[in-house]
Design a protein around this ligand. Structure first.
Ligand code: C5P
Length: 241
C-alpha cells in the first residue's frame, strides 16, 4: 500500500529549512508529500530533511546518477531519512538502477521500515525536442521516455518521473502497477517558467498520472495554501475512476 495518500506533491525548492517546515505544516492537509531536491539538500543537508519529514512524508528528489556502487552507497545513506520516494536517473542504466533498488531494500529491511519507492527520472520536463537534438538524442521525448521507462521496469524500479505529455503512453506501455509521477504541472493560466512540456493538474491525472508535482505555482504564490487547496479540491471533485 502506498505511503502517499493524496495525489498532489509540492516541490519545496527552497534554501531555508525553517521556511520549508512552515510551508510543509501549512500545506499538510492538501499534499500527499513534499518534494525536497538539490536546492534544499545542498543548503540544509540530512538535518533539514529530518525537520521536514517530521511534518509530512518526503519525496527525496536527488536524481542519483553515477556508477552502480556509488549510487547504492548514496541510497543506503538516505534511506534512514525515511523518504517515501526517491529518484535516480534512468540514463544511469540497468545495473545502476538495479543497485539502487537492492540498496533501498537492504537498508530498509535493516531498519525494519518500508522501503521508499524508487522512481527513475526519464526525460526532464524542461527539455524540448530541440534541446534533445543538441544533446545528440535524435528522438522525440516520448520515444526516449518509453525506452528509459522500460529499462527502469526491468531494473525493478517502482515507477518513473515523466512529463504529463508522456504519461498516457507510459501508462499503456507500463501497466497499472507502475507509479507515474509528473512534474511540469501548471494550473490554468499559470506561467510556464522554464518548463516546456506542461499540463494542468486535472489533465495529468486524467492521462494516468498517480501523483503530480507542483512547485513554483504554489511556493511563489501570494497565498500558497489557497493554491494548494484549490488544486487538491479540483482533483478530489473529479476523481479518476
Ligand atoms: O516549480 P516547478 O513546478 O516547475 O517544479 C518542478 C519540480 O519537479 C522541480 O523540483 C524539478 O526539479 C522537478 N522535476 C522536473 N522534471 C523532471 C523531474 C523533476 O521538473 N523530469
Amino acid at each position: 500500500m502506498s505511503q502517499v495518500a493524496l495525489p498532489l506533491i509540492c516541490a519545496l525548492d527552497l534554501t531555508d529549512s525553517d521556511h520549508a517546515v512552515t510551508l510543509a505544516n501549512q500545506l499538510s492537509g492538501s499534499v500527499g508529500a513534499v518534494k525536497l531536491g538539490h536546492e534544499f539538500f545542498t543548503n540544509n543537508g540530512p538535518d533539514g530533511v529530518r525537520a521536514v519529514a517530521a511534518v509530512v512524508p518526503i519525496f527525496l528528489d536527488l536524481k542519483f546518477h553515477d556508477i552502480p556502487n556509488t549510487v547504492a552507497a548514496a541510497v543506503r545513506a538516505v534511506v534512514p531519512l525515511r523518504p517515501v520516494m526517491l529518484t535516480v536517473h534512468a540514463c544511469g542504466g540497468l545495473k545502476m538502477m538495479q543497485a539502487a533498488c537492492a540498496a533501498a531494500d537492504q537498508a530498509a529491511s535493516a531498519l525494519d521500515i518500508q522501503p521508499p519507492l524508487i522512481l527513475a527520472v526519464t526525460v526532464l520536463t524542461s527539455l524540448s525536442v530541440a534541446d534533445l537534438g543538441r544533446l545528440g538524442i535524435g528522438k522525440e521525448p516520448i520515444d526516449w521516455a518509453v525506452g528509459l521507462a522500460d529499462v527502469a521496469r526491468q531494473a525493478g524500479c517502482d515507477g518513473v518521473v515523466c512529463s504529463p505529455h508522456e504519461v498516457a503512453r507510459l501508462r499503456q506501455v507500463c501497466g497499472d502497477d507502475f507509479t507515474l509521477v509528473t512534474p511540469g504541472i501548471r494550473p490554468v493560466g499559470g506561467d510556464d517558467d522554464d518548463q516546456k512540456r506542461t499540463a494542468t493538474p486535472r489533465q495529468a491525472i486524467s492521462a494516468g498520472a498517480d501523483y503530480i508535482v507542483v512547485g513554483r505555482p504554489i511556493t511563489q504564490a501570494a497565498d500558497p495554501v489557497a493554491v494548494a487547496a484549490g488544486i487538491a479540491a479540483e482533483l478530489s471533485a473529479h476523481p479518476v475512476l
